[in-house]
Design a protein around this ligand. Structure first.
Ligand SMILES: [Zn+2]
Ligand SMILES: [Zn+2]
Ligand SMILES: [Zn+2]
Length: 253
């Protein structure tokens, strides 16, 4: 399985519009973070987790020629806003794109992209196939996803375990039952927003202590704010088996 971090930034992205802080002014390419999203290539299938506002640029920058399915973590705009840009894949592949999400996520998508679901469809709009998921393993193009329900303040969000790889973007609490599903994972991706406490995301220290608890071979942090600090400085303070992810980073499992 080949995994590409399409975006590793929090909801506003990094740099933030109008911000003059040292992270937003940084020339390090690793300090340029599009909204969080992941690409998975497994057994010939091309799957994206979340279609945020930067979806189009992410697919172009990573030259992703085909899209077989989208899996959603939750309905926040920084994870859904780019859905309209699946259209080139509809046209090229002459297929509808399957979307996997909870009832809550799919209902929100149906509201925000009502034209996709209208009875009298305008020509050229996105064509999708809706697949409702619950907190039980499901198959996407031959790849098994096991949801991990995490809490994002009061909003339930799905992380996903795929074999020995676990991806959790937006969380600040994970129940003991759900932690059981993560145990034994070799690679853990986790949100680490900033240094200071936040109402709906793990801080750097909270993410580090969760990594200690799970003890994976390797952990990557994502959904990063400009307030976390410069990539290079933060990276140099981390344990040997932990890295800040950055846009374009690829790993094989
Ligand atoms: Zn988010
Ligand atoms: Zn800034
Ligand atoms: Zn969110």
């Amino acid at each position: 399985m080949k995994i590409t971090f399409l975006g590793t930034g929090t909801s506003q992205g990094v740099p933030v519009i109008g911000c003059n802080c040292e992270v937003c002014r940084s020339m390090d390419y690793r300090d340029k973070r599009l909204r969080s999203s992941l690409h998975i290539e497994n057994q010939g299938a091309s799957i994206v987790i979340d279609t945020g506002p930067d979806f189009r640029m992410q697919m172009l920058q990573n030259a992703i020629p085909r899209l077989d399915a989208v899996v959603y973590t939750h309905e926040h705009k920084d994870h859904t806003a780019g859905l309209d840009d699946i259209r080139p894949y509809n046209f090229k592949q002459q297929t509808d794109i399957p979307l996997f999400g909870t009832a809550q996520v799919l209902n929100q998508i149906k509201t925000e992209f009502a034209y996709i679901f209208s009875k009298n469809k305008y020509p050229g709009i996105p064509r999708v196939l809706i697949h409702e998921i619950g907190n039980a393993p499901f198959e996407v193009e031959g790849t098994t996803f096991t949801p991990i329900q995490v809490m994002h303040h009061k909003l339930p969000v799905f992380g996903f375990r795929i074999g020995d790889f676990t991806y959790i973007t937006d969380a600040n609490y994970i129940s003991p039952e759900e932690i059981e599903k993560i145990k034994g994972t070799k690679i853990l991706v986790l949100n680490a927003l900033q240094i200071k406490p936040h109402i709906s995301h793990f801080t750097l220290n909270e993410a580090l202590s969760f990594v200690q608890e799970i003890n994976p071979e390797y952990a990557y942090f994502t959904h990063i704010s400009h307030k976390l600090g410069l990539h290079q400085q933060v990276q140099s303070s981390l344990p040997a088996n932990v890295a800040l992810a950055f846009d374009g980073l690829q790993i094989e499992t």
